[in-house]
Every structure is written in C-alpha cells, then in structure tokens.
Design a protein around this ligand. Structure first.
Ligand SMILES: Cc1ncc(COP(=O)(O)O)c(C=O)c1O
Length: 402
C-alpha cells in the first residue's frame, strides 16, 4: 500500500470525512517544496495554514527538536522543566506581555482567552455572575470546539452541534460602530482576527484596529487579538496588529509557534489580566511540555532576528504586485498583507476547488476557501523565483478555464 490511489482509498474508507483533501499524498518536504509518494514535487503555497512560516524542516527548529528529544519530552505541569522559563520569558518579551499561558492547539488557546476574559470580567471588572458577554465578528474563524462553533456564522461549522454556549454577540467585521452598539456593562472582551484568514484573507479598513483599541480602553473591555494565523511573521510584521502600532490586551497565538513540528499555542497578557487564573482552574497535560517549549524557543529566536518579517514584507510586495496584474484576467479582487493573499476568481469561470486542482496539476498546492477564493500563503523561505512561478501557474490555470 504505497501508491497515491491506494493510500487515498484507505484513508477515505477508514477516516471520518471531516476534510476534503486534494488528491495528493505527501511523503517528504524541505523548505517550500513537498514531494509525494510517487516522487512528484509541488510548491507548497498553503504552509499548513501558516504553521510552516519558517519552512518545512527548518534546520534550526529541527535541531532544537532533535536535541530536546534526546533529553526530555514530557513532565506534565506537575513539575517544572528546564525549557519552560525560557519559553515564557521569551514569548513574553516578544509580545511585550508579563505572562504566558501555554496550550497546544489554536482552539485551546482561544478557549483559554475566553475563560480568562470571563474570569477577569467577574473578578476585576465586577460583572455579575454568569452575565459576561464577549463581542465577536461575523465570518470569524477561531477553531472547532463546541463553545467556539457556538459563535461561528458559518453554517457548516455550526449547524447540528447545539446546544450552543451563550454569552457571545456577533457584529459586522470592520465596523467599530457595530462594536460600540453591542457593548454593554457586561461586555468583558472583543475577540477578533486582525486579518480574517479563513473568511478569505479579509483585511479590515485602515484605522480599524486603532479604533477598536480606543473603544476597548474607553469602555474597560479586553481587546483580544487572535493572531493564530496572522501572527509570527506572515504579514511582514511580528503581529498583524503591529501594522497600526496597536497592542491588544491579549494575544492568542498558535500555528507557527510550533514551527510546523508540534502543536504549540499560548495566550500572552499582563499580570492584571492573566493573574486571575489560579492553580486548578485551567490547563492541559501537554500544554507547555518540554518538546513544545524547545521548539517554541527556536521559533522565538528566529523571530527575534526580524529576518522573516522583513522577507515576508518584501516578497509580499512582489506577490501582490504580480497578482494585481491578473485583475480583469479572470481575477476579480486580491486582498492580503505580506506573504498572504486571498484571490477572488471570477465565479463564472471556475470554483475555488477546480482552480486548486488545476494548480495541483501544475505543481502548486494551494487551498480554496468559500466559493471561488484561493488563499496563497507559502512558507516565508520561498524564493522570489518560485513565488513568481506559482503566480504564473495560477494565471495559466485561470486562462485554461476562459
Ligand atoms: C485565526 C484562527 N484561530 C484559531 C484557529 C484554530 O486553530 P487550531 O486548528 O490549531 O485549533 C485557526 C485555524 O485555522 C485560525 O486561523
């Protein structure tokens, strides 16, 4: 059982159909390129939804993981271990926050943020028990837990999974007025993505982040930025909030924090917020484990150089300039920031899935989202030549449908 056909047949028969993968079976990967079981190479333009910002098999990250594997992999948080302090101090310095609470997946970090915001609301803000509400955005994507899908506006993500967790108010993304109207005395937080990734790389209007910051400060509400997909270099800055010089009260991080090796997530906040959590009130057996922290430490060291942020900014200019040339040639709009783009293809030509398959046939792996939108988010290690080649393949694919 080693051919693409056999492996897909068994995967489909023996696994739940909660994904609809492209028909490629990847065997190995280096940098921005992956190789399938038949030896065909593809340029990875999805990068594990930004988990592989630093490239497949990044030598520094792999070395850190290998070293750690030899020494210590798990203690549980019942004991301290020697990678933990460096990780929390390093991530605290990177975010400019006092404290870190590490978890594993992105959804767990979002759940952590929700719990901390509620507890802060009751203990610090003085909201009456059980009354806290959190303002969230239309078309958000924060993960798949029952609480998180309770405030999703995507029917596929939400329907059939009730009863839903109460305490969320959904407002239009990009409108500070909509937030202002939804705020009341029981509002404890605004939870948002500085760029909505799954929704199609939607960038809010200029000034939005600044206005949300001002509103949250004025109303005594926590500003919680879910930077799980937008953070850690992807947009050309360490955090997407940096584009407006805005500092949220809480960062929610994941994906690239694990270097594409292990799931590592965390929230970062100051002591007046994160200090509300006491022993026994939250945690995870694997959260902050030695392997995760060692990998996270390598990621933090990489980010501290600023090299990947600059590279994403420079290559992002190249990518967006080239993509804009396709507007009017089968492309309707292009959005994004840094090395991250949402490309709306004319829906009368092809679905996003058809375009993704066309790209795959030409050696480029990308993913569609909602209708005819294609997301491009290659590992930041990609060469300029490969990046331009990928856009050429997109142009060819679209031309083939015209
Ligand atoms: C902004 C955002 N938040 C949360 C998540 C959930 O992360 P995970 O899949 O690791 O639970 C994602 C995943 O795509 C995301 O993009």
């Amino acid at each position: 059982m080693s051919t693409t056909t056999d492996l897909i047949e068994v995967s489909e028969r023996r696994s739940a159909h909660n994904y609809h993968p492209l028909p490629v079976v990847i065997h190995e990967a280096h940098g921005a390129w992956v190789t399938d079981v038949e030896g065909k190479r593809y340029l990875d333009c999805l990068a594990g939804y930004s988990s592989l910002n630093f490239g497949h098999g990044n030598p520094k990250i792999i070395e850190a993981a290998q070293e750690q594997l030899k020494n210590l992999t798990l203690t549980s948080r019942a004991f301290y271990h020697d990678q933990f302090a460096t990780f929390c101090a390093g991530l605290g310095d990177l975010t400019g926050k006092d404290m870190i609470l590490p978890m594993n997946t992105g959804a767990e970090a979002v759940e952590t943020a929700i719990k901390v915001a509620r507890k802060w609301g009751y203990e610090v803000k003085g909201v009456q028990p059980e009354q806290a509400n959190i303002i969230v955005m239309e078309d958000n994507f924060h993960g798949r837990t029952t609480t998180i899908v309770s405030f999703s506006t995507d029917p596929d993500a939400r329907e059939g999974f009730g009863p839903y967790t109460p305490g969320f108010r959904i407002v239009k993304y990009g409108s500070v007025e909509a937030i202002r109207e939804a705020v009341d005395a029981n509002t404890v937080a605004v939870l948002f993505e500085p760029i909505q990734g799954e929704a199609g790389v939607l960038v809010p209007p200029d000034g939005y982040l600044t206005q949300v910051r001002e509103l949250c400060t004025a109303e005594g509400i926590l500003m919680i930025a879910d930077e799980i997909q937008s953070g850690l270099g992807r947009t050309g800055k360490t955090f997407a909030c940096d584009h407006e010089g805005v500092v949220p009260d809480m960062y929610v991080l994941g994906k690239a924090l694990g270097g594409g090796v292990v799931p590592v997530s965390a929230i970062a906040a100051n002591e007046d917020v994160l200090g509300v959590i006491k022993p026994g009130q939250h945690g995870s057996t694997f959260g902050g484990n030695p392997l995760a922290c060692a990998v996270g430490n390598a990621v933090i060291e990489i980010l501290n150089t600023g090299e990947y942020q600059s590279r994403a900014a420079e290559l992002g200019e190249v990518l967006h300039a080239r993509l804009r040339e396709l507007i009017g040639h089968g492309v309707i709009t292009v959005r994004g920031r840094g090395l991250w783009a949402g490309v709306d293809i004319d829906p009368s030509l092809a679905t996003g899935r058809e375009v993704s398959k066309g790209l795959m046939a030409r050696g480029v792996l990308a993913k569609d989202t909602h209708g005819s939108t294609i997301r491009l988010a290659p590992p930041i290690v990609i060469s300029e030549e490969d990046l331009l080649w990928a856009v050429d393949q997109l142009a060819d694919t679209i031309a083939s449908f015209r």
